[in-house]
Design a protein. Structure first.
Length: 94
């Protein structure tokens, strides 16, 4: 049995770049310096409970999605790729 690595689509890359820019703004870091990729742990970049609320609000506005409390899990921000997948799933539900 072979495993294949998913090749990111342009849409996925655009979503990831937009989320990275929003996260960098919320965390008040330079996006070029942050080098946010799929494996980045946002908590290690300084994400804490107060700016989680700001990040979620900005994601809702930017992507036209609704994020419910029950959607949140501790690993959602532990790996940036999880957050991108979450947002893309929410977008596809609308």
């Amino acid at each position: 049995m072979s495993t294949q690595t998913a090749i990111p689509t342009d849409s996925h890359i655009d979503t990831a770049e937009r989320i990275a820019a929003i996260a960098a703004e919320v965390l008040r870091i330079d996006p070029a310096d942050a080098r946010i990729d799929a494996e980045t742990n946002l908590y290690e970049l300084g994400l804490e409970s107060l700016n989680v609320v700001e990040l979620l609000s900005q994601l809702e506005t930017a992507f036209g999605i609704t994020i419910d409390v029950e959607d949140l899990s501790s690993d959602l921000f532990g790996r940036f790729g999880n957050l991108v997948e979450f947002v893309e799933t929410k977008r596809s539900q609308h």
